[in-house]
Design a protein around this ligand. Structure first.
Ligand SMILES: NC(=O)c1ccc[n+]([C@@H]2O[C@H](COP(=O)([O-])OP(=O)(O)OC[C@H]3O[C@@H](n4cnc5c(N)ncnc54)[C@H](O)[C@@H]3O)[C@@H](O)[C@H]2O)c1
Length: 277
């Protein structure tokens, strides 16, 4: 079996680039890929946080490099690709467009245009920049995996979360389109759609106090660990999977939404009316 034969798992011995690797799911991806023998470029807008992830990997005997990159800036993502290829001595084999921010609590019409812009610049333009810059490199190499971190919010239609929902629906569609375009090239696309994961996203986001309390509670009660989500997603990539919904509530919501979209959306609205004081 050749190097890139079917027995090779993409998540093993990878040359990986991860955005938003300074915290939460991105840091968990970085540690897990290093555990699986990979060299990992950990990028983040917060270089100190990226450095902490790198230090933990190196302390564990792995290889990693920290890099500052604001995913909302195309020039930063272009520079990241150049730096990563120079460090790897070749193309990356795994690219994870993970960086994202949370926003919620205000309905459409009250959410400021500035907040809309902020969320879409990072959560949607981030993955667009990542796919725009890295896809030609992986396509040319004829091997690899691109993981885009969306959310169950992509199809959940939760009220008060319009900007976040739209950014994640866009990331879902971006991933599906890219998967179709890359079909037969040796490059797999996986889109990760979790519900709650125990990370810093609520504290770091622009979320109203009431919504923060609710999100904190749901995260504590139902949230998976970022490590579990990262492992499940990498295993999905290794099986050439497109959709990764690590939690049962995401899979149930996805099923109901697809088969009875109008009933689903009205039920979400009704539930929110009864649970909002
Ligand atoms: N935590 C959840 O419940 C949950 C659920 C579904 C999807 N997600 C998605 O998972 C991804 C990771 O989020 P997390 O939960 O680990 O949050 P987190 O806040 O713990 O980590 C996000 C990281 O992204 C970085 N970041 C923020 N803006 C950036 C930018 N412009 N450029 C580069 N890096 C930037 C932050 O510095 C931070 O290190 C996000 O895309 C998020 O939307 C999270």
């Amino acid at each position: 079996m050749g190097l890139f034969g079917s027995s090779k798992k993409r998540s093993h011995d990878a040359a990986a680039v991860i955005t938003g690797a300074g915290s939460g799911i991105g840091a968990a991806f970085a540690r897990e890929l290093a555990n699986r023998g990979g060299r990992v470029v950990c990028s983040d807008i917060d270089e100190t946080a990226a450095g902490a992830t790198v230090d933990a990997i190196i302390a564990n005997g792995g290889e990693a490099l920290a890099s500052r990159c604001d995913v909302s800036q195309l020039d930063d993502v272009t520079a990241l690709a150049i730096q990563a290829q120079s460090w790897f001595g070749g193309p990356p084999t795994v690219v994870i467009n993970n960086a994202g921010v949370g926003a919620g609590g205000l309905p459409i019409g009250e959410l400021s245009v500035d907040d809309w812009q902020w969320v879409l610049d990072i959560n949607l333009w981030g993955p667009i920049h990542g796919c725009h810059v890295f896809t030609p490199i992986l396509r040319e190499a004829g091997y690899g995996g691109i993981i885009n971190v969306a959310s169950a919010a992509a199809f959940g239609a939760a009220p008060g979360m319009a900007a976040y929902n739209v950014s994640k629906a866009g990331t879902l569609s971006l991933s599906e389109t890219l998967a179709a375009e890359l079909s037969g090239t040796g490059v797999n696309v996986t889109v990760l759609c979790p519900t709650f994961v125990k990370t810093n996203i609520v504290d770091a986001g622009r979320i109203s106090d009431r919504s923060t309390q609710l999100a904190d509670m749901l995260m504590r009660w139902t949230g998976f660990s970022p490590e579990r989500v990262a492992r499940t997603c990498l295993d999905t990539m290794d099986r050439d999977g497109l959709y990764c919904m690590p939690q049962p509530d995401a899979r149930i919501g996805w099923g109901i939404k697809r088969f009875t979209p109008t009933v689903y959306t009205r039920a979400v609205g009704l539930t929110t009316r009864f649970t909002t004081p």
